[in-house]
Structures are given as structure tokens and as C-alpha cells.
Design a protein around this ligand. Sequence first.
Ligand code: OOG
Ligand code: MG
Length: 243
Amino acid sequence: MTIEERAALLDQATATGEAIPQLTSSGPMSLETAYAVQHKGIELREGRGETLAGVKLGFTSKAKAEQMGVSDVIIGSLTDRMRVEDGGTFDVGRGVHPRVEPEVAFRLGPDAELVAVAPALEIIDSRYREFRFSLADVVADNTSASAFVLGPWTKIGQVDALAVDLLFDGEVVATGSTADILGDPLRALPAAQRMAAAYGHRLLGGSVLLAGAATAAVALKAGTHVEARVAGLGSVSVRTKEG
Ligand code: OOG
Ligand code: MG
């Protein structure tokens, strides 16, 4: 299968909400090829008028790496159409099997430096059956990126040991600490710079850097008020619906 064919399969699965077999089920795929598939998928989105909004890191926490059985840090792209307003609505019916995770987001300045921090929610949705994949598969699938929600921006201070809670309808369903994100989420910038240089991502001024989840991801269903609270940074929320 060509890179274009692989990207088209994933793009189709995203559009229909129908899961596909792992790309590596029909043969090995290098990380370089997987990132080429990811970039091709973003090109397809850009061709439909989407614009780049930032990058995200994945598997920056042990909780996530253990949950998915994959341990290397990965990078993906975010587009403007993946963004859901704080307090907005996400349609779970459009996804395959969406999950949510609490994160920390940074805004990048003109020289790709960190200028502000915010609590964030990431909605991930693997396009593969049973949410199972190898490292190359999940890279090709743009690191399962589906949607993201940003809370209020604040100036960056010490962010290395802030309590993180994920709540469904006011009940805590997962807890962690920003220390779980690379030991200190500020390390997301050098990590993103290294990954971006290696795999061809752009760190644009004014764009967003999602540093990665502080807890394992939790499955979403319709009709839930989902909130992430990060001590000292505040909270961010989204409501799920179906149809
Ligand atoms: C891949 C995405 C991982 C994170 O924050 O660790 C990720 C997945 O778990 O499907 O976004
Ligand atoms: Mg994430």
C-alpha cells in the first residue's frame, strides 16, 4: 500500500467512524513511513480548508504508556477544526470510540517559545479496531488526535507538580499530577522541538502545544459534562452529545 492509500484509509475511517485493521497487520511499517502517512493525512485536511493549530505530544506520561502498551514519545498535528470551545459540545456519535484525557497546553510565541499555559482536554479516538495499535500505527493515525479544548491561558510559572483531576458530571474519574508529564510539562518544548526537527512538524508562532495526558484516557459516552481541573491553572470543560 502506498503512503497515499494508507492516509486515505485513515481519513475515511475518521469520516465514517468505522474502525479499520491496523496498517501493520499487512506488513511492517517504519516510523519514517508512519510519519509520512500522518503528514499526508494532514495535507488531506488542509485540502479541505483546515489550518494547522499546533502540535501534540503523546505517551509523555507513564499512565498513558502503560495503558496503551507503547512507550516512546510521539508527535502529532492539531488543526483548527479539531478545536472545541471551552464549555462547548463534542458529538461522540461522529467518532469511532472516543476517549478523553486531561492535559496541559502551552501557547507558543513568535520564536516558538512558551508564552502561556492552560488546562486542556484532549479527545483521542483511534481509527483502529479495539483502540489497539503499534507505535507506527498510532503515529500514522496522527497519534489518535480527534479534538482538543483549551481552558483559560495564564502566565507560565512553576507547573511541575500540580494536581490534575478529570471529572464526569462532577465525579472524579481519574487523577494525576503534571509531574507525570515528562517529570515537568515544561520539558514538552524541547521534546517537541526534537521531534519536530526529526519528523518534519512546524512549531508556529501563536500555535498550541499539547504536552500530553496526566492520566490514562477514559471512554466517553453521550450526555456527560467532562471537566479537567489543574491546580493553580483552573478548569476546562466540554459536554458530550450524540447526533
Ligand atoms: C495515542 C495518543 C496519546 C497522550 O496524551 O499521551 C496521547 C493514544 O493513546 O491513542 O495523546
Ligand atoms: Mg493526549
